[in-house]
Ligand binder design. Structure first.
Ligand SMILES: [Cu+2]
Length: 330
């Protein structure tokens, strides 16, 4: 990392590698992230518990990272609620530094919004803060840390917040759905650093839902079916031109807001910038294996992994088989 005499010590700490000795949990190599977290009902309020800690997380067989994680997984648990719900999220901090949680895109009381020192005192290590509000919107949203964000979100403190509409008629219809959460990682000499868009901070591993190709997921569907892909731009370093093979998709919602029919448009690539969300509808028009990947080729590599035949850039870790279609298959 480049530092000069004016770089504050706190910034240097935020850029530092995660101390492996702080790891309190090692996830199983095939443990999935973004698992739907069931709420418990307390006097009509849907209650969720999130706990942030340092974990060891597997992005590929034999390739682990030290991550900051909610509930021991990357991405953090998916919170799925319904428009109109009253929710309470108890956030407990087991990190070595303070943290908060921001509910990106939601209309809520100011002291529930999350920015550290702006709307609340940060949650100190060992502390808990209860976020409570009524959900008035619907669509694809997400939550992420809002303290030491440059470090903590880059290391994994984010998760999807999917809000179903109160009136099912307001749902964007699809046969299947799949949420894509992107993240960049920087691993060097066995240590994990928060990736940052600066000299020395650029990432060398890229994940979809916490896993690099070929450990990413496969969606199986039938010809004619429609898949809703929710791109959740949880990453922090780059804008990723996300592309799906096999025909254009329809952009149906942006940043949680459903587009009017007349405003929807066809595309085959959408520039997914940090913080943005896109709901796109892709129809399986031909049988086969169709890829979903970032169109910056370097983002489809795993640190230029050596495979015995020399360095190769075509490992395609951002690539994944989107559908394995076959007439009568699936
Ligand atoms: Cu990319």
């Amino acid at each position: 990392m480049i530092m000069d005499f004016d770089t504050p010590g706190a910034s240097m700490r935020d850029m530092a590698a995660v101390d492996p000795r702080l790891t309190v949990f090692e996830a199983k190599p095939d443990a999935p992230g973004a698992q739907v977290l069931e709420a418990r009902l307390e006097n009509g309020v849907k209650v969720f518990d999130l706990e942030a800690s340092v974990i060891r997380w597997s992005i590929l067989p034999g390739e682990t990272v030290e991550a900051y994680a909610y509930n021991g997984q990357v991405p953090g648990p998916t919170l799925r609620v319904t428009e109109g719900d009253r929710v309470r999220i108890n956030v407990t901090n087991r990190l070595p530094e303070s943290t908060t949680v921001h509910w990106h895109g939601l209309i809520l009381p100011n002291d529930m919004d999350g920015p550290a020192e702006i709307t609340q005192a940060p949650i100190e290590p060992g502390g808990t803060y209860a976020y409570e509000y009524t959900v008035g919107q619907h669509g694809t949203y997400f939550y992420h840390t809002h303290d030491h964000v440059d470090r903590q979100q880059s290391l994994g403190l984010y998760g999807a917040l999917i809000i179903d509409p109160k009136d099912p008629a307001n749902e964007i219809p699809a046969d299947l759905e799949y949420t894509v959460q992107l993240q960049e990682w920087l691993k060097r000499e066995r240590l994990t650093y928060p990736s940052m868009p600066m000299e020395g901070g650029f990432p060398n591993f890229f994940t979809i839902n916490g896993k690099a190709y070929p450990s990413t997921e496969t969606i199986r569907m039938k010809l004619g079916q429609t898949l809703k892909v929710r791109f959740v731009c949880s990453h922090t370093t780059a804008i990723h031109p996300m592309h799906i093979h096999g025909g254009p998709f329809q952009v149906a919602a942006v940043d949680g807001e459903t587009l009017a029919e007349s405003a929807r448009y066809l595309a085959d690539t959408v520039n997914v910038g940090p913080g943005q969300r896109f709901d796109v509808l892709w129809q399986a028009q031909r049988p086969g294996k169709w890829l979903l990947h970032c169109h910056i080729p370097h983002h489809t590599t795993n640190n230029k992994r050596r495979d015995g035949r020399g360095w190769r850039a075509d490992a395609g870790n951002r690539g994944r088989v989107l559908s394995d279609l076959g007439a009568g298959n699936g």
